[in-house]
Design a protein around this ligand. Structure first.
Ligand code: PMP
Length: 331
């Protein structure tokens, strides 16, 4: 019989799929998408969750019956909850109230406890997202805070898994790697591995929302979720990417919708952003070039936003391909 011992053992080994329609006329290169929403928790973050927990157990920071406390509202929380549940840890996630109820409900469905904090307080206030998570981590006996923006096991997870998977699946023919930058763990770990293993032949390209610090901005607000920053986290090594491209929300969302409609890939906005950057970088590339672009999560969490015409119009992104042409005709 062929089966996994438990769901957490199914993290990683995600497939590559060739993009066909969005690349037509845009580049001669082969562009392969690494589909991270096929991880059991639905995102690339499952990879770092399992590594951060493994390392904390090894270092004695997390013991049987312990509690994981992390300020997160999204994918990292799901990954941590899934692994924690399999190993009998309690999970407490601190979530700012600006995040939708749906996201909190997902965390609760996995058995995590969710503490909601007000968004409208200063970051250094004890009531803030950071303040509350620090206090819980300090006061709960046996608590461990993975701290994904500073934990070296994030980039390490990608150095040990994502990078080698891409190298093996392309039989060493990958020439470019493109990924968005949030904590920077994905691009730092995967990019470093691919540059090393290829004798610095693989070119690493970061994708960043216009306005974020990684592409020279100040942290100006943007709508694409999970990427971009207004500070420089320890998990990002700016020496790894050969270049970082700034991509507008409008371009990210337009490509996100095209991936769903034309490639059958229902993905989140950071995936559209990464593909938009990949196509920009691949303009003029040769047919021998093999671009690998990482798609961090699926699109179900964005049905009310990127895939909703009303939301898109309200925020000025109304020129993206519509999902509702019959309704538009009848309107
Ligand atoms: N996209 C999404 C949807 C994410 O949740 C994240 C993680 N914050 C990223 C991209 C970026 O990944 P990383 O933190 O490894 O840079």
């Amino acid at each position: 019989m062929r089966y996994a011992e438990n769901i957490a053992d199914l993290v990683g080994h995600t497939p590559l799929v060739k993009l066909n329609r969005v690349t037509a006329g845009a580049t001669e290169a082969t562009v392969l998408a690494k589909v991270e929403y096929l991880n059991p928790g639905g995102s690339v973050k499952d990879r770092i969750a399992s590594r951060m927990i493994d390392a904390a157990e090894r270092d004695g920071l997390l013991r049987p019956g312990g509690t994981i406390v992390e300020p997160t509202s999204g994918n990292t929380g799901v990954g941590l909850a899934l692994v924690a549940q399999q190993r009998g840890y309690r999970c407490i996630f601190v979530v700012p109230d600006k995040f939708g109820e749906e996201k909190r409900n997902v965390l609760a469905a996995y058995g995590a406890e969710v503490v909601v904090t007000p968004t409208s307080v200063a970051p250094d206030s004890p009531e803030s997202y950071y303040g509350v998570s620090d206090r819980l981590a300090r006061e709960i006996p046996g608590a461990f805070k993975p701290n994904q923006f500073a934990n070296p096991n994030g980039p390490r997870a990608h150095y040990e898994t994502t990078g080698p998977e891409i190298w093996q699946d392309t039989e060493g023919r990958v020439t470019h790697f493109v990924a968005g930058i949030g904590t920077g763990g994905t691009i730092t770990g995967t990019g470093r591995y691919l540059r090393e293993v290829s004798g610095d032949r693989v070119r690493v390209i970061g994708a960043d929302p216009e306005g974020s610090v990684y592409s020279g901005g100040t942290g100006r607000p943007y709508f694409v979720e999970g990427v971009g920053e207004d500070m420089w986290p320890d998990t990002y090594d700016p020496a790894v990417p050969n270049e970082v491209l700034a991509i507008s929300d409008a371009d990210s969302f337009r490509m996100t919708r095209r991936l769903a409609r034309e490639e059958g890939l229902l993905v989140g906005g950071s995936s559209g952003m990464a593909v938009a950057a990949a196509l920009q970088a691949a303009k003029g590339a040769s047919p021998a070039d093999v671009f690998v672009v990482l798609l961090p999560d699926g699109g179900r969490g964005y049905l009310g936003k990127i895939y909703n015409d009303k939301w898109m119009r309200a925020y000025g992104f109304g020129n993206a391909p519509s999902g509702h042409s019959v309704a538009d005709l009848l309107a």
